[in-house]
Design a protein around this ligand. Structure first.
Ligand SMILES: [Zn+2]
Length: 71
């Protein structure tokens, strides 16, 4: 149940939303579905050979937005 931060492309409203698989996100203010996901965590490693972030325990659920194990 990942929690993402979004910015509405229409009214620039910033909000957080829990997103389930395939579920659309709409702006709670203007109901627009044109929203952009904000990446608030450090970018994932650019190369596959880089070690995983320390916070990303392969035995635990995905650590959150930007987790290397999320699509
Ligand atoms: Zn909006």
């Amino acid at each position: 149940m990942p929690l993402y931060e979004y910015t509405c492309s229409k009214c620039s409203h910033e909000f957080e939303a829990l997103v389930f698989n395939g579920e659309r996100v709409e702006c709670p203010q203007c109901k627009a579905e044109r929203v952009e996901r904000r990446l608030s965590l450090p970018a994932r490693p650019k190369t596959e050979s880089s070690p995983l972030p320390l916070a990303c325990d392969p035995k635990a659920p995905p650590c959150g937005p930007g987790c290397c194990r999320l699509p």
